[in-house]
Structures are given as C-alpha cells and as structure tokens.
Design a protein around this ligand. Structure first.
Ligand SMILES: [Zn+2]
Length: 197
C-alpha cells in the first residue's frame, strides 16, 4: 500500500511539472536508474571520489550534477560555519559512497534529533552505516527535502573522531553534534530549495 502511494507520488512528480508562485517549472533532481543498463555506481563530478549508487537494480538516483552542486554548497557552508579550510572538509568526505532509493527503510534502536532513543521500528529517511557509506531516501524529486545534508554531517563527525558519527545528535550519550549543526542543515536545505535542487 505504502509502495503504491510512493509510486503514485513519484508519478505525479515526474509527469506533472510542479508550478511555483511565478509559474516556473521546477526541474526534478532525480533520474531513473537501471542496473542492467547503467554502471554500478557513478562518480559525482567536482568531488574527491564521492560516488552515488541506487539500493535496487530498478530505482531512482539524484542527478550527479545536482549532487555535486549540493555537496559543494555543503562544503562551503560547513567550512564557513566551523572555521575550517575547505580542503579539510573535502578530505572528510573523500571516497564516500552515497546509496539512494525511493524505497523507504525502517530501523530499530535509533535516536531522534534530540537524542531520544527509539526502540520500536521507526521509519528513517537516511542512515550513516559507517564513515564511508550513507543511505538517503529520495522523498520528493528534490535534494533539499532529503536527508543528504544531515548524513554528511554524521560523516564529518565520524571521520573526525574515528569511532562514531554521533548517532544521538544533540543528545548527551555521544559527543560531536550540537545545535549549530542542526541549524546549518536547515539553512543549507533552504538554500537548496531556493536553487531548485
Ligand atoms: Zn542522524
């Protein structure tokens, strides 16, 4: 049932152009992906070896050039916010694999943004599996509504301490994530929305 809804939503997004206030058409940032025709993973241009792949053989992925724009914006804003050199932020993301899918996932034993531990099966829009692999759900046809930027923050934290990506976010069990990270994610996603990405 949920799957059917997703496909219907996707159909609407793909077939009917979404009209904004000024009647402009928002171009989707996703493309269809078929493992029988396309190669296993795609290098994102303008990044140090960051790759995108789909969870399923027949799926959707974010367009590599849109991903490149989103990640470049993230690196710029992150380095400004935390007073870091851009090259150091890039190094903290190098060779990352970003797996994406239109099919949602649920997990048990996960923390919400405030650090609250959720034991029951909980739907998630993204996951950081380890310091080299994240998963991001394609929720609409645009990157701003996905958890991409959020998961990139987990990776930066993970690679800086070498042990964990601060799974409880602003909670007190793990350290690394603070309210500045949460605010930055919100600001970047608003900017991506304005850029139609
Ligand atoms: Zn998280």
């Amino acid at each position: 049932m949920r799957l059917k809804l997703i496909y219907t939503a996707l159909f609407i997004f793909l077939i009917l152009p979404i009209r904004g206030c000024k009647n402009e058409v928002i171009a989707p940032s996703i493309i269809e992906y078929d493992c029988r025709k396309d190669i296993n993973s795609t290098l994102i241009p303008g990044t140090p070896g960051i790759k995108i792949k789909s969870s399923r053989c027949s799926d959707y992925i974010f367009k590599p050039d849109k991903m490149s724009a989103a990640i470049n914006l993230f690196v710029e804003k992150y380095s400004q916010k935390f007073d870091l050199k851009k090259i150091d932020v890039w190094n903290s993301l190098s060779d990352l694999t970003i797996e994406v899918s239109i099919i949602p996932r649920t997990v048990v034993n996960v923390y919400d943004i405030n650090g609250k531990f959720l034991k029951k099966e909980t739907p998630v829009s993204g996951l950081a599996f380890n310091e080299k692999l994240i998963w991001v759900e394609i929720r609409t046809s645009q990157i701003w509504s996905s958890s991409l930027i959020h998961e990139l923050v987990h990776i930066i934290i993970w690679r800086s301490n070498g042990v964990h990506g601060d799974p409880d976010h602003e909670g007190t069990q793990f350290s690394g994530w603070n309210s500045k990270h949460t605010k930055l994610i919100k600001d970047i996603n608003i900017e991506l929305l304005e850029l139609d990405i």
